[in-house]
Design a protein around this ligand. Structure first.
Ligand code: 58G
Length: 251
């Protein structure tokens, strides 16, 4: 079967008040191709469809006072049921929130192995805690900062997940080798012109010697990680063979 007819490897549903935002994923680039090829499916579930009052409200004032509004558990629970009817009851339910487990390549890769996911993109001040405790399997954070809604974090998470699905990114190797998958930052990249503003491309990259090129790239990645992200790699964590590479390339 061609990629365009295969049944989706991963079904994703997103609960969001702003479904139109997700064209940023479905209409462009690698993620757009994954959805158009049918490798992944995306179902957008608007909780406002389950609102019972004539205003279509999904939020209300917080008990205990304080600023802002909270998304109500009954309407979110009803919306989640609808989403489960589409992607399956076994779907893992993930809420995007600053209180969540920090996202990294390893977690994204784990999610890519699921068959269905439901992402909850909250707005306002957040979700009624009883909805989170009863229905959410995992809260995930894309970083230690607050944004106005869970939609951009959800799109970022989907992008990081979809890249791990075989066939989505042209060269599987580029995903396996990209930053973080080996716990290292990426090496520097160069392309034409060979000289830019007097700066030449490193000779090794023009040598055609693939073993030397791989060695140089690995050494550069180790050096960059030591310099820029000592939290990812300390000198103690550098293997003897990598230390030899650093010495070989005088890094
Ligand atoms: C609990 C608290 C649930 C994610 C707040 C939902 C979402 C940053 C991130 C919310 C977000 C992140 C409130 C608005 C989540 C809502 C949304 N901000 N760091 N904002 O991943």
């Amino acid at each position: 079967m061609s990629m365009s007819e295969q049944s989706p490897r991963l079904h994703i549903a997103v609960m969001t008040l702003f479904p139109e935002m997700f064209t940023a994923l479905t209409d462009w680039g690698v993620t757009g191709r994954a959805f158009q090829m049918g490798v992944c499916s995306l179902h957008l579930q608007d909780p406002r469809d389950e609102a019972t009052d004539r205003h279509g409200s999904v939020d209300d004032r917080p008990y205990g006072g304080g600023p802002g509004m909270v998304m109500q558990a009954p309407v979110m629970s009803a919306s989640l049921s609808r989403a489960k009817a589409v992607v399956g009851n076994g779907a893992q339910v993930i809420a995007l929130s600053p209180q969540g487990q920090k996202l990294d390549a390893h977690l994204a890769k784990q999610f890519a192995e699921a068959s269905s996911l439901i992402l909850v993109a909250g707005r306002y001040e957040g979700l009624d805690e009883r909805f989170i405790q009863r229905e959410v399997d995992l809260e995930v954070s894309i970083g230690d900062f607050v944004v106005s809604g869970g939609e951009l974090p959800a799109m970022l998470l989907i992008d990081a997940i979809v890249r791990w699905i075989p066939g989505v990114v042209g060269h599987e190797a580029s995903v396996a080798e990209d930053s973080f998958s080996e716990g290292l930052l990426d090496c520097p990249h160069f392309t034409r012109p060979e000289v830019f503003e007097g700066e030449r491309v490193p000779d090794v990259l023009l040598s055609g010697d693939h073993a030397e090129i791989a060695s140089w790239r690995r050494a550069q990645a180790v050096r960059r990680t030591l310099d820029r992200r000592p939290d990812l790699l300390s000198w103690e964590g550098v293997t003897d063979s990598d230390r030899q590479l650093l010495a070989k390339w005088d890094l």
